[in-house]
Design a protein around this ligand. Structure first.
Ligand code: COA
Length: 391
C-alpha cells in the first residue's frame, strides 16, 4: 500500500472519529437530561405521596355510619390509593436508590441500582442460581463429611458456609436496594448463620464436637434438600413474573400466578417446618451437651442459643407470611399489575428504539450494530412455551 492510500484511509478514519465524537456528545447530553428527569420524577413522587396522605387523612372522617353512596365512594378512593401506591413503587424501580449502610461499608459509595425491571428479575434469577449451585456443593461436602472424619474436609465445608452466608447478605442487600420485599428476618437469618458458621470454624475438635458432628452433617444434608425445593418454588415464581410482562390479559395471568404460588407454598411448608424442628432439636442437643460431658467449650452454649434463635425467628416469620399473603391479596394484585405493565412498557420502548435504529441504518446510517446490540441476552431468555401456557 502506498503512502497516499494510507493518507486517504486516515482521512476516512478521521471522518468516522468526528461521528464518534458527535455520538458521544449526544450521549453526554442525554445523561444530563436523564439526571434532571430523575430529579423531576423524585419531586413528583414526593408530591403524589404528600397529596395522597392528605386525602387518606381526610377519608378518616367517614369512618362512622355513612350513606351507602358515600361508603361506595370512600371504598373506591381507598382502592385507588392502594393502586396508586403500587404504581408509585413501580415508578421508583426505574430510578436510582441509595445503598444502605451495610453496603456502603462493604462496597463503598457505589450505586448498585438496577434501573430496568427486566434486569432486576434477571439479577434475582442469578441470585437463586447462585444459591442452588452453592447448595449442591454444600450437599456433596456434607455427604462426604458423613462418610469421612477428616478435620481438613470439615473445615473446608464450614469455611464454605461462612463465605456463602456472607455473600448472601451482600446480594440480599443489593436486592433490597432494588425494591425486593425480602423480610428483615431472612436477611438477619443469614447474618446469624454467618456468625454461627464462624463459631463452628473456631470450635476446637474435642469430645463435644465429635458427639454433635454427625447430627450437624445430617442437618446440613436436610437443609440442602429443603433449599433445593425452595429454589424450585422461587424459580417458578420468577418464570411467572417474567411472563407477566408478556401477556395481554393481566388478570388471568395474575390469577394463575397466585394459584401457582399457593400450590407451591402448600408443598414447601411441611418441609420447612420439619427443618425448623430440626433446628430446635439441635438447640436442645447442644443445651444438654453444655452440661454433659463436663468442661464444654463456650461454643456449645453459643451454638445452642443461635439454633434456638433461628428456630424461633424462622417459625414466627413463616407462620406470619401466610396470613399476611391472604390479608394483602388486593395489594399484591396491584403490585403485580403495575410490575407487569412496567415490564411490558420497557420491552415496547426497547423494541421501538431498536426499530428506529434499524430504520436509520437502512437509510445509510452507521447504527446497525447499535440496533442489534439493543437486544440484550435477557430479552432472548423468554420463559419456555409450556411454562407460559400453564399460566
Ligand atoms: N431468602 C431470601 N429471599 C426471600 C426469602 C428467603 N428465605 N423468603 C422470601 N424472600 C423474598 C422473595 O423472593 C420476595 O422477593 P421479591 O420482593 O424480590 O420478589 C420477597 O422476599 C417477598 O417474599 P414473600 O412474598 O414474603 O414470600 P415468598 O412467597 O417469596 O416465600 C416462603 C415464602 C415461606 C416460601 C419463603 O419465605 C421461604 O422459603 N422461607 C423459608 C426460609 C428458611 O426457613 N430457610 C431456612 C431453611 S430451614
Amino acid at each position: 500500500m502506498d503512502i497516499d492510500s494510507l493518507k486517504n484511509e486516515w482521512e476516512e478514519l478521521n471522518k468516522e472519529f468526528t461521528e464518534l465524537e458527535n455520538c458521544n456528545r449526544r450521549y453526554i447530553e442525554l445523561l444530563e437530561q436523564l439526571h434532571s428527569r430523575q430529579q423531576i420524577c423524585f419531586n413528583e413522587i414526593k408530591h403524589q405521596r404528600y397529596r395522597m396522605n392528605q386525602i387518606t387523612a381526610s377519608l378518616r372522617q367517614f369512618k362512622g355510619p355513612v350513606d351507602v353512596e358515600v361508603k361506595e365512594k370512600v371504598d373506591e378512593l381507598q382502592k385507588m390509593t392502594l393502586k396508586r401506591k403500587a404504581q408509585l413503587h413501580e415508578i421508583e424501580q426505574s430510578l436510582p436508590a441509595k445503598s444502605g449502610r451495610y453496603l456502603q461499608i462493604i462496597l463503598g459509595d457505589v450505586n448498585v441500582s438496577i434501573l430496568n425491571r427486566n434486569d432486576k428479575v434477571r439479577y434475582k434469577d442469578d441470585y437463586e442460581k447462585f444459591k442452588l449451585i452453592l447448595n449442591v456443593i454444600g450437599l456433596i461436602m456434607a455427604f462426604f463429611n458423613l462418610i469421612f472424619n477428616y478435620r481438613a474436609l470439615e473445615l473446608a465445608f464450614i469455611f464454605l458456609l461462612v463465605w456463602y452466608y456472607c455473600t448472601l447478605t451482600i446480594r440480599e442487600s443489593i436486592l433490597k436496594v432494588n425494591g425486593s420485599r425480602i423480610k428483615g428476618w431472612w436477611r438477619a437469618h443469614h447474618f446469624i448463620s454467618t456468625v454461627a458458621a464462624g463459631v463452628l470454624l473456631v470450635w476446637p475438635q474435642g469430645e463435644h464436637w465429635q458427639i454433635f458432628r454427625m447430627q450437624f452433617m445430617y442437618f446440613n444434608v436436610y437443609i440442602s434438600i429443603v433449599q433445593y425445593l425452595q429454589f424450585g418454588y422461587q424459580k417458578g415464581l420468577l418464570y411467572r413474573l417474567k411472563a407477566l410482562g408478556e401477556r395481554h390479559n393481566m388478570d388471568i395471568t395474575i390469577e394463575g400466578f397466585h394459584s401457582w404460588m399457593w400450590r407451591g407454598l402448600s408443598f414447601l411448608l411441611p418441609f420447612l417446618f420439619i427443618g425448623y424442628w430440626f433446628q430446635a432439636y439441635n438447640a436442645w442437643t447442644l443445651y444438654k451437651l453444655a452440661f454433659t460431658p463436663p468442661d464444654a467449650p463456650w461454643h456449645v452454649s453459643v451454638m445452642s442459643g443461635l439454633f434456638l434463635l433461628l428456630f424461633v425467628g424462622n417459625m414466627a416469620t413463616t407462620l406470619w407470611v401466610v396470613p399476611e399473603k391472604i390479608r394483602e391479596r388486593s395489594k399484591e394484585r396491584y403490585r403485580l399489575l403495575s410490575m407487569g405493565k412496567s415490564m411490558k412498557l420497557r420491552r415496547e420502548v426497547k423494541n421501538s428504539a431498536s426499530d428506529m435504529d434499524l430504520a436509520s441504518s437502512a437509510n445509510g446510517g452507521s447504527t446497525t450494530q447499535a440496533a442489534t446490540m439493543t437486544k440484550t441476552p435477557s430479552e432472548s431468555q423468554q420463559p419456555p412455551v409450556d411454562e407460559k401456557k400453564e399460566i
